[in-house]
Design a protein around this ligand. Structure first.
Ligand SMILES: [Zn+2]
Length: 436
């Protein structure tokens, strides 16, 4: 197994008590009646933490390809999100959660859509994943392309957020937490963003938003506010050690200074950044400045997978031609996909490494595969393995995937419900067609 912050290799047993890692040592004998998961010939890792996903969008995978951000949002994603009813949203989230758990992701920071957010939390609770997320907040349209159904008054959006916090923050014995989620500066008034900052401070909650993903997005914000995007978010009180900003590609030096000095976290989404032609984030430079960088797959329509292995591999590979082959080695990438993610969510005392006292969120990698049969396990996991290598997954000691099968979300039902929901909505987008 790969133990602790340094990911040292150790041949050992893990004892789990009350969902936490109680002992890590070789040759532990099971107590009478204690359940044993045989992990011989495997590698055990901390569960992956993805710090930016949208499970609400999973239904729209393979329907919004080869577009840039503002067209992708205006022509596809916003109308799609506006059409989602409660049942379709739940089916979408369950499909995403199935893929995430199957691929070894045990914790997510999720941005839901504007409506029916209870359905997303319910799906997360049922799935057994460790979930941090919240309803998407939008009260302004600078693009002329946002459906009315997604826009709310700032006060109504904040009141709805407070109701969701009361119901879901701390639910499932603390496995579920709330993060306040304005979509991005483009779709937010000052009133909304100042209200988010006030609510986050009052409730002691994190803020999750998109920032500086696309050049045109930055131009829209600059034109309206007179500020660079991240500086504007700082002015609105949205930066700090409980804030996670997805993307952060187009930053000037002052913005990088501000991210570093405020202790804000960046969720790096390399697949999404490339596929939407957004750009390549300056990850090595941000890391050198001491900024914590986590990974995320973003939504299925801009990736088209929710696969932590793909993000680790790609995040490393895209920097090597720019900064040399030693940049972002396997060990660093695995840390970004685990401990850095936990740090971004304020959960690093609880998850992110295999250490006594932490919650037992673990991934068991099958050792009997072509990718694990020779050489060093670290580069094998980061550069060679994929979700097909994940044999078992535990969240808080509960086995949610065993012998390659997700136990909490039945595959056949998840796929059938998603297909039915997609077909039910398909009349909205005849060009994409109905699957049978
Ligand atoms: Zn996103």
């Amino acid at each position: 197994m790969l133990v602790g912050e340094s990911l040292r290799e150790e041949k050992a047993d893990i004892r789990i008590e009350d969902g936490r890692i109680a002992e890590v040592a070789p040759g532990l004998a099971p107590a009478s009646g204690e359940e044993v998961l045989d992990v011989r010939d495997t590698w055990v890792l901390p569960g992956f933490v993805q710090a930016h996903v949208h499970t609400c969008q999973t239904l729209f995978r393979n329907t919004a390809d080869d577009m840039e951000l503002l067209d992708w949002l205006g022509e596809r994603i916003w109308p799609f999100e506006a059409w989602l009813d409660e049942a379709a949203l739940e089916a979408s989230s369950r499909l995403g959660l199935y893929e995430l758990l199957a691929g070894g992701t045990t914790t997510i920071l999720d941005m839901a859509t504007v409506h029916h957010t209870d359905a997303v939390f319910q799906a997360a609770e049922d799935s057994g994943i460790r979930y941090v997320g919240g309803k998407c907040l939008m009260d302004f349209d600078d693009t002329g392309r946002c459906p009315d159904g997604l826009l709310e008054e700032a006060r109504a959006a904040l009141d709805a957020t407070e109701r969701l916090i009361a119901r879901w923050h701390g639910a499932a014995d603390g496995r579920i937490a709330y993060a306040i989620a304005p979509r991005f500066a483009v779709s937010s008034t000052d009133e909304l963003l100042l209200g988010v900052a006030e609510l986050a401070a009052r409730m002691g909650l994190g803020v999750h938003t998109h920032a500086s993903e696309n050049v045109k997005e930055c131009e829209v914000v600059r034109r309206r506010t007179g500020h660079e995007n991240v500086l504007f978010l700082g002015k609105m009180g949205l930066l700090g050690p409980s804030s996670v900003l997805a993307h952060c590609i187009h930053l000037n030096d002052e913005e990088i200074d501000l991210l570093a000095s405020t202790g804000s976290h960046v969720a790096h989404c390399p697949s999404s950044n490339l596929k939407l032609a957004s750009g390549v984030a300056r990850v090595p430079e941000l890391l050198d400045r001491g900024i914590n960088i986590a990974l995320g797959a973003d939504g299925a329509p801009c990736n088209n997978r929710l696969d932590a292995f793909k993000e680790m591999r790609l995040a490393s590979l895209i920097q090597k031609p720019l900064h040399g082959p030693k940049t972002l080695p396997a060990r660093k990438m695995l840390s970004m996909a685990t401990l850095h993610g936990a740090r971004a969510l304020g959960l690093d005392a609880e998850v992110g490494t295999i250490d006594v006292g932490k919650r037992a969120d673990l991934v068991v990698i099958d050792g009997a595969s072509p990718w694990m049969s020779t050489g060093d396990p670290l580069p094998a996991i980061v550069f060679a393995c994929g979700p097909e290598s994940v044999r078992d997954v535990l969240v808080e000691g509960r086995v949610v995937k065993r012998d390659f099968e997700v136990l909490t979300l039945p595959r056949v039902r998840v796929l059938r419900d998603a297909q039915n929901a997609f077909n039910r909505l398909a009349h909205h987008f005849p060009r994409i067609g109905v699957q049978s």
